[in-house]
Design a binder for this molecule. Structure first.
Ligand SMILES: Nc1nc2c(c(=O)[nH]1)N[C@H]1C(S)=C(S)[C@@H](COP(=O)(O)OP(=O)(O)OC[C@H]3O[C@@H](n4cnc5c(=O)[nH]c(N)nc54)[C@H](O)[C@@H]3O)O[C@H]1N2
Ligand SMILES: Nc1nc2c(c(=O)[nH]1)N[C@H]1C(S)=C(S)[C@@H](COP(=O)(O)OP(=O)(O)OC[C@H]3O[C@@H](n4cnc5c(=O)[nH]c(N)nc54)[C@H](O)[C@@H]3O)O[C@H]1N2
Ligand code: SF4
Ligand code: SF4
Ligand SMILES: [Mo]
Length: 885
């Protein structure tokens, strides 16, 4: 207990905090300039000085911890004089014009409050950078609080800003380059956000927002919370909000890439394809037309001739309605979503081995772990806020093992980087397991208590020694052993994995091989440990969890266990036939068995592998309903187009990577005739004569039905989600949530069984005709199908996908940066600009797939995961040709 007296008022604190925090808790306002709750105390501006009994001189409240019995005064005449003097020193170098121009700026108000005039000796020999699309500089307003330097270091981990010179001559400027970008800036905006004066500012924010709405990021599965500023009917600014996930931080996409919402080519009217072209129609006509065509197909070919694809970009409520529509209105289990192509392998592996198909631990465990095992994931680009947290933890001393064919940013920082050959995960993970067994690094107590099949596994894995596997996976035996030792020594060690593990012939099995490592070392069921897929889009975890999966119902519940409850609530028998997954739908469409697809918020043509095959399948459909913000590539084959409201234009919830359900709140009305996906689904259900069960008056009512059917989510009511985001399972409203799964038993109550995973090589191998191995993935500034990020100034930050190639290969082919080269695979070809980089190993190539016109998926193969059919985006044999050859 800390009993304090602050300006005569008592305050009792249970935990030790800084004195500044205590004053804020007590509602006592003390001026400060260098303080930011996201940063370590700095104590430099000397404005938060206070008098403490027993201290000879005033102390900086931000840098002073409270102690029991502390008596503090904050506003004595002496303190105010000192503050004024300090402000005068600061203001001497501060431009008066700025104060006159923006009198309401908090710093300028502070000057006015103390009667301090700015100006006198304003420095002009300062850093200036006009080249960044989002961040502007006005360094004459720099008061040397070092907040930009500190936040770039302590939160983002980019170390862009440096203090040059000393004393009066100190200047803040990038340390490593002449501009922000050449100095390594990744555009997170944290320095702008913390800057107290406007020396750094958001260039594109010209109007002060008249309203701020808290909501969830529209891009990735980290699930950052943000406040969106609106002015004159447009989104004009975004600032980070505090949440357990992002702790007041964002990345360049969440913070800045919102202009897509108001793009000129946003589709705002329903359309029907007539005579080869798109004709705008009213909703009545679009819905009647679609309902009639769907009904004809069901009548003629049966309900299983229709498939529904939910959207990892839409809300839980919308995905719940989509799968309910498929099962109740159409009467088919042909329902899936794009979780199929990324982490369905993870969900399958985790569910099979541990009982719950989701990340075992929460992001908060990043700060609690001693070692990271990062496999086939590139979080500093793809989950940047989590990437930054991992990077900080590593800078503080946690060990880092990276398994990735490329030298990613985190690989460059790793204790051990295992540059596995694409497709070599299973032999590599098995070899790590063999090392654990052979070198006595197994957690015997954990295995005895919670694992079965150990003896069989030991016999199996003996064939996979690092020495035998080195040539198979392309990693030196010594490095494999070093990685296994580091992982075993961490305790807790935390594994994160990405698509470099899942998007393979053995994707699911690759994740199972990883789970073996966690079981052998006891890295499950405790904080700072676990097996954690870094989920993709804002709501990919939710889309599948809501039941957009042919084989399971809402909450990943089985037909066998939960079917009767669903039938009771839905008032209808569940369809009896096996549903088709997305890839099976493509095969069935190609073979003429599937006649209609409704794809919302999913650009299947651009994003599925082997685009030629996808095109053939889509062209054979009788009805393709596309529901999106834009005419995406899939719309090439579309019959009807439904214009959807964006995430900024509707209410609902998303489910992030660490099992939190978070609110999405409407910032603006949708433009024109665009409507939320939930509205469109309900409207079509009504046209098909099934209004019962599709007459919800809004997302909250839909969510309450989800909670009634999904016991592990029952405690997550909208009122609770207003100020809390517990990790599910959260079975009732008082339950605190479950950050760590499997704490004392696995979900199905049994011990977990080690999986014996033999290595099966992909048929996609290099040969004399296709001698290079292409792997595909993502880059920081763009997002998946590019529909959104390419409609923002991120397109100037990264104008194109590039073909990344190792210097020796570039030399051998006579290629240099910017040359256009034709890449040809056994499936198709695409032209890409070359980027020569030592991050690539000889013989291997990498590209992202974001730019629609470059259409990289013309190259990728038809190989799929053996168990759940995710495409093998990560391995394609190719050759390089002259673009006109
Ligand atoms: N900026 C940005 N962020 C995104 C997205 C985006 O498009 N842009 N998309 C979101 C989505 S949908 C998803 S699913 C996530 C995906 O996020 P990640 O899983 O990080 O995605 P990728 O970049 O596709 O692949 C990760 C890494 O796998 C490596 N890799 C390739 N082959 C192998 C292999 O055989 N073994 C191993 N161990 N590694 C291999 C690649 O070199 C790459 O660095 O990102 C989400 N976040
Ligand atoms: N070569 C290669 N290809 C890949 C991958 C790879 O690693 N390599 N990764 C794969 C992976 S993991 C994924 S997840 C897929 C992603 O592929 P997609 O899911 O197709 O891509 P996204 O860009 O996430 O978004 C899909 C669409 O949703 C729309 N949208 C956004 N918000 C809303 C909304 O609220 N409602 C509606 N109706 N529409 C909305 C967008 O405009 C966009 O057209 O790509 C896959 N393709
Ligand atoms: S925007 Fe982010 S990365 Fe760039 S300088 Fe500021 S804090 Fe550093
Ligand atoms: S890390 Fe992901 S959720 Fe967070 S701001 Fe960036 S894109 Fe949005
Ligand atoms: Mo994804």
């Amino acid at each position: 207990m800390f009993r304090l007296t602050l300006d005569g008022k008592p305050l009792v604190l249970a935990k030790r905090t800084s004195l500044l925090d205590a004053l804020q808790t007590a509602g006592i306002d003390v001026p400060h300039l260098c303080h930011d709750a996201r940063l370590k105390p700095f104590g430099a501006c000397r404005l938060c000085i206070v008098e403490v009994d027993g201290e000879a001189r005033p102390v900086a409240a931000c840098a002073t911890p409270v102690h029991d019995g502390m008596r503090v005064r904050t506003r004595t005449a002496e303190l105010e004089t000192l503050r004024r003097t300090n402000l005068q020193l600061i203001a001497r170098h501060y431009p008066k014009e700025a104060v006159l121009a923006e009198p309401l700026h908090p710093f300028h108000r502070l000057l006015a409050e103390y009667g301090v005039e700015a100006g006198g000796d304003v420095h002009r020999d300062l850093f200036h950078d006009d080249s960044h699309p989002y961040i502007g500089t006005a360094m004459e307003r720099c008061i040397q609080c070092y907040r930009c330097v500190r936040i770039c270091e302590e939160v983002q981990g980019q170390f862009v800003w440096e203090a040059w010179g000393r004393g009066e001559g100190t200047r803040i400027a990038p340390g490593k380059g002449g501009t922000l970008l050449s100095g390594g800036c990744v555009g997170c905006g944290a320095c702008v956000d913390t800057c107290p004066t406007g020396a750094l500012f958001d260039k594109r924010v010209t109007a002060e927002p008249d309203n701020w709405t808290r909501t969830s990021c529209v891009y990735c599965g980290v699930g950052c919370q943000m406040e969106v500023g609106r002015s004159a009917g447009r989104v004009v600014a975004v600032r980070p909000a505090n949440s357990p996930v992002n702790r007041g931080h964002l990345c360049v996409k969440g913070r800045y890439a919102f202009d897509f919402n108001h793009a000129d080519d946003r589709i705002t009217s329903p359309m029907i394809r007539r005579d080869g072209g798109w004709e705008p129609v009213c909703w009545d006509e679009a819905l009647d037309f679609t309902a009639r065509r769907l009904q004809e197909i069901v009548d003629r070919h049966g309900p299983d001739a229709v498939g529904v694809l939910g959207s990892a970009r839409a809300t839980n409520e919308e995905n719940y309605l989509a799968q309910k529509f498929a099962r109740v209105v159409i009467g088919t289990n042909n329902v899936d979503c794009c979780a199929r192509v990324c982490h369905t392998p993870s969900a399958k592996a985790l569910k099979t081995m541990l009982g719950t198909g989701a990340a075992t631990n929460a992001f908060d465990d990043i700060e609690a772990t001693n070692a990271f095992l990062l496999c086939g994931a590139n979080p500093t680009e793809n989950h940047p806020v989590v990437g930054a947290r991992i990077k900080q933890r590593v800078l503080q001393g946690a060990r880092l093992i990276v398994v990735d064919p490329r030298r990613t940013e985190l690989a460059a920082l790793a204790d051990v980087h295992l540059a596995v050959r694409p497709g070599g995960n299973v032999p590599l993970f098995n070899a790590m397991a063999a090392t654990l067994v052979e070198e006595g690094l197994v957690d015997r107590d954990f295995v005895a208590a919670r694992v079965v099949g150990f003896a069989d596994y030991v016999a199996f894995v003996a064939d996979y020694t690092p020495e035998k596997m080195a040539a198979v996976c392309g990693v030196a035996a010594g490095d494999i052993r070093a990685a296994a030792r580091l992982y075993a020594a961490g305790r807790p060690s935390m594994c994160f994995h990405g698509l470099g593990v899942t998007e393979h012939l053995q994707g699911t099995e690759g994740v199972m091989a990883l789970i073996n490592l966690a079981l052998l070392t006891g890295n499950l069921g405790k904080p700072g440990a676990g097996i954690n897929p870094l989920r993709g889009q804002n709501n990919v975890q939710g889309a599948a969890q809501m039941g957009c999966d042919p084989a399971s119902l809402t909450g990943a519940q089985s037909f066998k266990d939960a079917g009767p409850r669903f039938e009771a609530v839905w008032g209808r028998k569940l369809p009896a036939s096996h549903g088709l997954d997305l890839l099976q739908m493509m095969d069935a469409a190609r073979d003429g068995e599937l006649k209609a697809i409704w794809a919302f918020g999913y650009d299947i043509y651009q994003s599925l592998a082997d685009a030629a095959e996808t095109g053939t399948a889509l062209s054979r459909l009788d009805l393709l309903i596309v529901q999106d913000l834009f005419l995406n590539r899939t719309a090439t084959f579309g019959t009807v187009f439904f214009p959807a409201a964006s995430v900024f234009e509707k209410d609902g919830t998303f489910m992030n990577s660490d099992r939190r359900v978070q609110r999405v709140r409407q910032v603006l009305p949708p433009p024109g005739d665009a409507r939320p996906d939930w509205w469109i689904i309900q409207a079509l259900a009504e046209r098909l004569g099934k209004p019962d069960g599709f007459a919800f008056d809004g997302p909250e009512a839909v969510w309450n039905e989800v909670r009634a059917l999904w016991p592990a989510g029952a405690g997550l009511s909208y009122p609770r989600l207003d100020n809390d985001s517990p990790n599910w399972p959260c079975p009732d409203e008082r339950h605190p949530g479950t950050p760590v799964l499997h704490a004392d038993h696995f979900a199905d109550g049994k011990a977990a069984e080690l999986a014996r995973i033999p290595f099966v090589a992909t048929p996609e191998q290099v040969d004399d005709t296709y001698p290079l191995l292409l792997t595909t993935g993502r880059t920081l500034n763009h997002f998946n199908a590019g529909t959104m990020s390419y409609r923002t100034p991120n397109a100037t930050l990264a104008p194109s996908d590039t073909l990344d190639i190792a210097p020796v290969d570039a030399a051998a082919y006579g290629l240099k940066d910017g040359d256009i080269v034709r890449v040809r695979s056994r499936y198709g070809h695409a032209c890409l600009p070359v980027h020569v980089t030592p991050a690539m190993r000889p013989g291997q190539l990498f590209t992202s797939f974001h730019r629609p016109d470059l259409f990289v998926n013309q190259l990728t193969s038809s190989v799929r995961d053996r168990l759940v059919h995710a495409p093998e985006y990560k391995v394609t044999a190719v050759r390089l040709e002259k673009p006109d050859g």
